[in-house]
Ligand binder design. Structure first.
Ligand code: UDP
Ligand code: UDP
Ligand code: UDP
Length: 470
């Protein structure tokens, strides 16, 4: 088993051979987590890392995760990047923050130029590319992008500027496949809904502007792996996309969870549960379900007869979570759930749950980090994509045999999925032995690829060797 340990740094032939890499993440745990793991991986491979922290963060979990990283890796340097105050608030605080970081990005160049030793390369999130890359270009600093979703989503992201507001796309029915110069992308119904809307919105602007700039970067790192997304990775690297220019796309995942992420948690309950018996239910760090859907889900869990751990979330941002669990779920249902399940409302370290032997299934929204974590631990997924890239991710999960996706449930919030259906699907997946076996096979592949000689391991090592010479 590969688990990153923060051992002493290996002695290097000479310190001038060290690559110095600065990392700038975007907002939200879904974007921050892969940057933290990349920082740890690079440090363990003898790279000097400077982590740039946009300040303030949106959620408490981000602040906490950052301090855990720096406590475990004192050799990682960090720099606060103070964001300018906001002038026009949007209804999604995470998207708002993407914009805020962009609006402040001119403040980056003095910060970067002052770093010592000078930087070899800069790595940022795809959602910041359009404003951050020009800044690094101006100081002749090679700039890489860490794409925090799937390679399949990357193909779509890169092709989107050609498709945006096109007549061809308008005329398609929901189930029709979006094509671009002979290349089949995906059914229209999987596209993140804001990208199909007329007029401007933050996501659409990002997919147009950032996407163009990502294509001009020095290289794209993706938290995925060869056997998991072979076809998409081939399309990206065999110049099958209709793009004038595309830098190399390097699969470096699954970025392994680190020891510093483990917490002494409220999960001792799990220790007394039979192996593989638990369905873990969580829709990520920023997806709030409606009160009605929360109750149906709770009833469905009870009805399924399965044991479970359920992370209840009805606020997008954790700072706003202040109601008690009983208020959200109701005393009576809480009482009925006690026997078979653990219901929590605060942040649970997902890594602690997924690696626990009692956990046998994951009812997930298919945020890409969650998918990679399920693959890493060989836990099968019941997919219910809620928004954004998650239908695309759910399709990958289903095709590779890591899980099943109930397409008729649509996007989160599109309908109320009732308790009977939820209970039925949970029963089906928990009883599906062959899926568990497949999931274990995927776990083996995941660990092989980041182990010595694996594709993802080689991908990252080759990059580091190149950066040492910059
Ligand atoms: N996560 C966690 N505990 C929670 C919710 C989320 O540790 O209660 C972690 C999860 O393991 C993952 C990240 O937060 O690493 C969420 O990213 P993902 O891409 O799965 O979904 P998002 O939150 O961006 O929708
Ligand atoms: N949303 C969210 N997390 C995300 C993306 C969206 O909480 O990662 C919110 C978004 O702000 C909106 C709702 O979920 O309030 C539905 O989002 P969707 O992407 O489906 O867009 P819409 O339905 O507005 O077209
Ligand atoms: N995304 C992006 N630029 C943005 C906002 C989102 O590239 O300004 C990406 C995002 O990381 C994901 C997809 O677009 O791959 C869908 O966005 P969503 O916000 O739903 O996902 P999340 O931010 O939770 O990863």
């Amino acid at each position: 088993q590969i688990h990153l340990q923060n051992n002493e740094r290996m002695p290097s032939s000479s310190d001038s051979d060290l690559a110095h890499v600065a990392l700038l993440p975007s907002a939200g745990m879904g974007h921050l987590t892969p940057f933290l793991r990349l920082a740890a991986s690079l440090t363990l491979q003898n790279v000097q890392v400077t982590f740039i922290i946009p300040h303030p963060t949106v959620s408490l979990s981000e602040t906490q995760a950052l301090s855990q990283l720096f406590a475990s890796f004192p050799q990682i340097k960090h720099q606060q990047f103070h964001l300018l105050p906001l002038d026009n608030p949007s209804d999604d605080p995470f998207f708002e923050h993407f914009q805020l970081i962009k609006n402040s990005s001119h403040l980056l160049s003095p910060l970067l130029s002052a770093l010592n030793p000078p930087l070899s390369v800069f790595i940022t999130d795809m959602s910041l590319a359009s404003t951050v890359i020009p800044i690094t270009e101006a100081i002749s600093l090679p700039n890489y992008v860490l794409f925090t979703s799937s390679a399949k989503m990357l193909t779509f992201f890169l092709c989107y500027p050609t498709l945006a507001d096109s007549k061809a796309m308008d005329e398609l029915d929901e189930m029709d496949v979006v094509k671009i110069r002979g290349l089949e992308l995906m059914p229209k119904s999987w596209i993140p809904p804001p990208l199909l809307k007329k007029g401007n919105n933050i996501l659409k602007n990002s997919f147009i502007e950032d996407s163009r700039k990502v294509a001009e970067s020095s290289g794209i790192l993706v938290n995925t792996f060869e056997s998991f997304e072979q076809e998409s990775l081939r399309k990206l690297n065999d110049s099958q996309l209709p793009l004038e220019r595309l830098p190399s796309v390097v699969a470096i995942g699954p970025l392994p969870p680190c020891d510093f992420e483990k917490s002494q948690s409220q999960l001792t309950w799990l220790d007394d549960q039979p192996a593989g018996s638990i369905m873990y239910v969580s829709f990520g760090s920023r997806t709030a379900l409606s009160r009605e859907q929360v109750r149906e889900l709770g009833e469905g869990l009870v009805r399924s007869g399965s044991r479970f751990v359920w992370v209840v979330k009805d606020k997008k941002v954790d700072r706003e979570d202040n109601e008690g669990l009983e208020e959200v779920i109701g005393d009576e249902l809480m009482e009925r759930m006690k026997e078979k399940g653990l219901v929590v409302r605060n942040w649970v370290n997902q890594e602690d749950v997924l690696r626990h032997p009692a956990v046998g299934g994951f009812f997930s929204h298919c945020g890409w980090n969650s998918v990679m974590e399920a693959a890493w631990h060989g836990v099968k997924i019941l997919a219910w994509p809620q928004h954004g890239d998650q239908k695309v991710n759910a399709d990958i999960v289903e095709r590779i045999g890591l899980g099943t996706w109930v397409k008729s449930w649509g996007w989160g919030g599109e309908m109320i999925v009732n308790r009977a259906e939820i209970a039925e699907k949970i029963g089906e997946i928990m009883g599906n032995e062959s899926l568990s076996v497949q999931a274990l096979g995927i776990k083996e592949e995941a660990r092989k690829t980041v182990g010595v000689g694996g594709f993802s391991n080689k991908g990252l090592s080759e990059l580091i060797n190149m950066w040492r010479k910059f």
